[in-house]
Every structure is written in C-alpha cells, then in structure tokens.
Design a protein around this ligand. Structure first.
Ligand code: HEC
Length: 468
C-alpha cells in the first residue's frame, strides 16, 4: 500500500509546537518590522540632514542604527532562522508548499536582504566618512531594499492564508498565487504599524539625547510618526478585515480569544497616549519608559495579531490545501497534487503513515492506547496540546470523562464528519476512533486501558477470525 506523505510529528509536550512557532514569529515581527521602518526613517532623516546641513540627525541615525544592529539584526536574524527551523519541523508540508510555489521569490527576497544587511553597516559606519549626499543615497538604497524584502514576504504570507486567484489551483503560476485578495491591504497595514514600532523603539535611542532642544525635536518627530502611523494603521486594519474571506470572518467571530479585541484597543490607545505625552513633555521620554512600551507592543499587540493570523486560516496551514495536521486536503491540479482524503477514508491513518512502528499499523486490544496516542500526536497536536498547558489543551473538551463510548461518539461526531469549520475532516477508521477515545480517556483515568483490554480482547479475537 502506498504511504501518504506525512513526516514524523514534532510534539512539544509543554506548550505545543504551534506556540513555539508563534512565540518565535511574534518576536521576529517586532524586530523585522522595526528594522524595515527604521530604514525608511533613516532615508528621510539623511535627506533632511543633507538638505538642511544637520549633522546631529546623522548622529541620531548612527546611534539608532547601531542599536538596531545589535538589537534588531542579531535577534531578527536569529528568529528569522528560528522560524525556518521551527516551521520546518512543525509543518514540513506547509513549508514545502510555500517553497515549491515561491522558490524564486524567496531567492529574490534574500538578495534584497543581503543588500539590507550590507546597507545597515554602511549607513552606520559611513556617517562622517562620506559626504552627506552619498550617505543619503546609501540610506535610500538601504530603505528601498528593506522594503522590498517586506513586499515579497507579504505576498507569501497572504498566499498562506488564501492563494491569490481561484485559477491558481488549476493552472498554478506564481503570480496567480502571489497577489492574494489581501496582499495590498496587508502590506499597507503592516507598513503603517511598522512605522509605529520604529517610532516606539526609536524612543529608546532618543531618550538618551543630551541636547534638550534636539531631544525635543526628535520626540516631536517620533511622536508624530507614531501617532499618524497608529491612526492610519487602525484605519487600514479595517480595510484589511474587509479583504478577508467570509470564512475567516466566521472564525474570527467565533474562535478568537476574548482578550483579542480589548487587548488591541488598549495597546492602540496606550500608544497614542504615550506619544502625546512624550511630545508635550520630552522629559517623559526615558529609556525604561520606551522599553516598557516596546514590551507592551509585543505582548498586547503582536501576540494577539499573530495568534489571530494563525487562527483565521484554520483548518489549513498553507494555501488552503495543506491541513494543519499535514494531510493534503484537496486536489491542486496546477501543482500536480492530489488530495489524500480518499485514501485516508479507504484505509485509515495508521496503515498509511510512513513513520509508525509496524506493530501500530493495526489496532489491537494490546496496543490500543499507544495506537490512540499515535493518532492523537499525528492528527491533533499541531493544534491541541495533549498536556494541560499550551495550545488548546485537548482535555478541556472531555472534562474529566473517562467514558470511552461517549468520547468516541463525540470525536466521531466532531472530527469524522468534517463539519467543524476550524478542524480538518478526519475520516479515520472506526477502530482508530476507538483507540483515540481509549487514549483520551486514559488521560483522565489510566485504569481504563486495562479494563478495555479485559473486555475487548475476547471480542477482538472473534472479530479477527470472522474477518479471515
Ligand atoms: C487545524 C487545527 C486542529 C486540528 C488538527 C485539530 N483540532 Fe480540534 N479544534 C481546533 C479548534 C480551533 C477548535 C476550537 C477550539 C476552541 O474554540 O476552543 C477545536 C475544537 C475541538 C473540540 C471541541 C469541538 C466542538 O465542536 O465542541 C474537540 C473535541 C477537538 N477539537 C478534538 C480534536 C482531536 C481529537 C483532534 C485530532 C484527532 C483535533 N481536534 C485536531 C483545531 C484543531
């Protein structure tokens, strides 16, 4: 029998692989967005420095740039690589889908990224060593290259949510996939919020400016940048919501955590108040205050945003054809990909998974709990942790029940039919559902396994002899 193309599952008991990816991604968004926003800010400031002959602006660029080199580029690059590592093991087929569709786009992005990294060194270390006009040119090349990296990544991100045109599924073609319904809305919104982050992080550097007049000027500049970009960003967020498919709205209405809305409103309001205060009273711009705002932005703004982005594409992880549990859920003739659902329905999961021990291929009373665990790890842990912490702990749904029959009926109802909008359809075999139920029940009461074995072993013998 042909296996389906699953990989071994990365199971992270404490928090779940999904959260590991989300934590790394959230930190990465802060650092990468700040870096791109700062590049644009530097282009603007160096132009002003050249036109108005203002060396102190170059000095600010140098300090902010140096800070970014340590802060953004080191942590940003490490988390960037971290996203590759973690998503490759958490979701190998999701990443594979993106690479197969966008390999040259990514290569292009890396070219711009190299320009960006060389650029930031030049912008920082050439201050005072080249004339202001040359510095301005370098700053613009740096700014545009940085923005180009973002432009490309956002095309890929919006494909992850929803491939651009429906014909992409049939014809393929990266342009059909690249410009999704929300690519430009997302680009515009992220551009605005990235400038907000740049203004907040820039405050850490501006707080240390000695000259009061210059400090006042910079807190004004950063304040305006922050206020305008926050308000424009909030408006663009509405546009972005508008471009989301109806399906994503349904998920958002029903499945986002309660703290999502209040958290975003609080952080947007908090940022506005903060900038108004530091503009009116530059003395309020202090290092720890700005650093606190950065952390608040991370926790109350970016974390919910990343979690929401992950939620609204459920049950898919990429391109509306790779399920979060890595099963291919629909045909994509454009890429020569066939849905694996019919085979799953015909044979069940255990015989088709390439990376399972042979003794788990068939559910027996002896291996029932381990077979159930294998089903749960493969099919559920991308979205549910099997322990009590982390991403949507699975026990939450069964309470303290250890009633195998009831749990089995519940699982068959919610998973077997494919009727939930946020979970993949999982046409498992009856015995696989039973094994899953035994395993889940055993999380609440380990003794159910022995009882099950005592009851079912004689039955199972009868069944197998009848089968043969
Ligand atoms: C694509 C991600 C995903 C996968 C894979 C997944 N689930 Fe879920 N599941 C969810 C989401 C999202 C919810 C809704 C959670 C919430 O709002 O609390 C959910 C809810 C549930 C519920 C409550 C359902 C209801 O409608 O009352 C059960 C039971 C459940 N999951 C079991 C499982 C089991 C068992 C597996 C593996 C066989 C699994 N899930 C795989 C995402 C997933």
């Amino acid at each position: 029998m042909d296996f389906i193309g699953l990989y071994p599952t990365w199971y992270e008991p404490g928090i779940g692989s999904g959260w590991v990816v989300a934590i790394i991604a959230t930190v990465h968004v802060l650092f990468s967005h700040t870096a791109v926003g700062a590049a644009i800010l530097f282009a603007y400031l160096s132009t002003k420095a050249y036109r108005e002959d203002r060396p102190e602006l170059l000095d600010y660029i140098k300090k902010y740039g140096l800070f970014l080199l340590i802060f953004s580029y080191v942590v940003g690059s490490i988390t960037g690589v971290g996203i590759w590592y973690s998503t490759t093991v958490a979701s190998p087929r999701g990443i594979s889908a993106l690479i197969h569709t966008f390999v040259w786009k990514w290569a292009t992005e890396w070219v711009f990224f190299v320009i960006e990294v060389v650029g930031v060194y030049m912008v920082v270390y050439l201050v005072g060593k080249v004339d202001k006009r040359t510095h301005m040119t370098i700053a613009w090349v740096f700014g545009l290259a940085s923005y180009a990296t973002m432009l490309i990544i956002i095309g890929i991100l919006s494909f992850m949510l929803w491939p651009g045109k429906e014909v992409w599924f049939v014809e393929g073609g990266y342009l059909n996939g690249f410009y999704g319904s929300n690519t430009f809305a997302q680009l515009a919104m992220r551009t605005a919020f990235m400038l907000t982050m740049t203004a907040v992080v820039g405050g850490i550097v501006a707080a240390r400016i000695k000259d009061p007049a210059f400090k006042k000027e910079m807190s004004r500049k950063l304040g305006w940048l922050g206020i305008v970009s926050t308000i424009v960003g909030a408006a663009l967020f509405q546009w972005y919501l508008h471009t989301l498919p109806e399906y994503a709205h349904l998920v958002m209405q029903n499945r986002l955590p309660d703290y999502f809305g209040p958290s975003l409103m609080a952080i947007l309001g908090g940022i506005l108040v903060y900038f108004i205060a530091t503009m009116l009273q530059p003395r309020l711009l202090v290092t720890w205050g700005a650093a606190t705002m950065v952390v608040a932005l991370l926790v109350f703004g970016l974390w919910p945003e990343e979690v929401a982005r992950e939620s609204i594409r459920k049950p898919w992880v990429a391109g509306q054809y790779v399920y979060s549990n890595q099963v291919i859920g629909r045909d994509v003739p454009g890429l020569g990909i066939e849905s694996e659902m019919p085979r799953l329905e015909a044979h069940g999961l255990l015989p088709l998974h390439p990376f399972l021990p042979e003794e788990l291929r068939e559910v027996t009373p002896e291996n029932v709990a381990r077979a159930g665990e294998a089903v749960a790890i493969t099919m559920c842990t991308n979205c549910h942790s099997l322990s009590d912490t982390g991403i949507r702990p699975i026990r939450r749904y069964i309470g303290d029940s250890s009633d195998i029959v009831a749990i089995k009926r519940y699982m068959k109802g919610s998973l077997g039919t494919g009727n939930t909008m946020y979970m993949p359809a999982m046409p498992l075999k009856d015995l696989e559902f039973e094994a899953l139920a035994v395993y889940l029940a055993s999380l609440n009461d380990p003794s159910v396994v022995a009882r099950y074995q005592a009851e079912r072993a004689p039955l199972a013998k009868v069944q197998t002899t009848e089968d043969k």
